[in-house]
Design a protein around this ligand. Structure first.
Ligand code: ATP
Ligand code: MG
Length: 303
């Protein structure tokens, strides 16, 4: 039983087809990551699934309801963290939670019972009476996440929940999201942090130019698309090494700036031979989802 499913979803803006023939499925209690370069269509897809914009093609069901036809009813059981924070700057932390809860029709007693736990979840109990402009970026993001939980949703839409945050703040949010998954919530998450998707998501969909180009569990995609080891090589002699030896030593060799990425099944042997070369520095590591992402979507800037 899918909690969310989309079939043949399409959206165009003028001549630009920004979502193309997209199928998505999300089972209860799972986290699905929506990955893709800037402009790939992630936010547009979330807006289609929420019924905030009309598709030009395809059908969507969320929580058993047809969207956009019954979108309002569906959204009562959904929590949303938008890509851009839209907290009310004139209100305090607590007032933002109260105002959002009222929007869902929650009465004062329910809100009074729920808000202390949300403040605690966000680590904002001590800042409950602070106004939004006095909060750090991490605090605002935590407040937006807490606000998304005010209606005790079954399903969460998280559009880049940790962009712009420092590593400490990101880890705090990851911990919160894992806790929510542990409680049985379902999540659709977009992110540019492949580590975030690998840590949180059961499955990821990679979008490029509005089209699904890959789908699977992070580990499966790594096994399917890429050699198991990467050796990142730089230093004065790196270019000469790449030209003379790179093709023979690597199954795939890519350059990004001053670094060569050598993808190989023979990482240990390569590392031994590189250690003997003067003027080279290198790092041997297991391939990860970011390597898959770069292989599938390329290394050029998008917009
Ligand atoms: N309202 C709109 N009118 C016209 N074009 C739009 C509109 N909204 C989005 N687009 C275009 O649709 C494409 C997809 O945008 P979208 O915001 O969905 O990408 P994204 O994957 O979320 O990117 P990012 O990672 O930068 O957030 C982009 O080319 C964007 O310029
Ligand atoms: Mg976006």
């Amino acid at each position: 039983m899918a909690i969310l499913s989309a079939r043949g979803l399409g959206k165009r803006y003028g001549a630009a087809e920004v979502v193309k023939n997209l199928d998505l499925d999300l089972a209860p209690g799972q986290c699905l990551g929506l990955l893709g370069p800037n402009g790939a269509g992630k936010t547009t897809t979330l807006r289609l699934l929420l019924g905030l914009i009309e598709p030009d093609a395809g059908s969507v069901r969320v929580l058993g309801l047809p969207v956009p036809h019954a979108a309002r009813e569906a959204r009562i059981r959904i929590g949303v963290v938008p890509q851009m924070d839209n907290l009310d700057p004139d209100f305090t932390v607590r007032e933002n939670l109260v105002a959002y809860g009222r929007y869902f029709g929650l009465d004062a007693a329910t809100l009074a019972a729920r808000i202390p736990a949300l403040l605690d979840f966000a680590g904002l109990t001590a800042r409950a009476d602070a106004r939004v402009p006095t909060l750090s970026g991490g605090m605002k993001r935590r407040l937006t996440l807490a606000r998304a939980l005010v209606n005790d949703p079954d399903l969460l839409f998280l559009d880049e929940p940790t962009t712009g945050l420092d590593p400490q703040a990101r880890h705090v949010i990851w911990q919160g999201l894992r806790r929510l998954l542990g409680e049985g919530k379902t999540m659709l998450l977009t992110t540019h942090f492949m580590e975030e998707a690998e840590r949180l998501c059961d499955r990821v969909v990679v979008l490029d130019h509005g089209r699904k180009i890959a789908e699977g569990a992070p580990r499966e995609l790594i096994a399917q698309f890429i050699e198991p080891t990467v050796v990142e090589i730089h230093g004065d002699a790196a270019e000469a090494w790449a030209e003379a030896r790179g093709r023979g030593a690597c199954e795939r060799l890519e350059q990004a700036g001053e670094t060569w990425f050598c993808y190989t099944r023979e990482g240990a042997a390569l590392a031994d031979s590189l250690a003997a070369e003067p003027g080279l520095r290198f790092l041997q590591r297991p391939s990860n989802l970011e390597d898959v992402f770069l292989k599938l979507t390329g290394r050029e800037l998008r917009d």
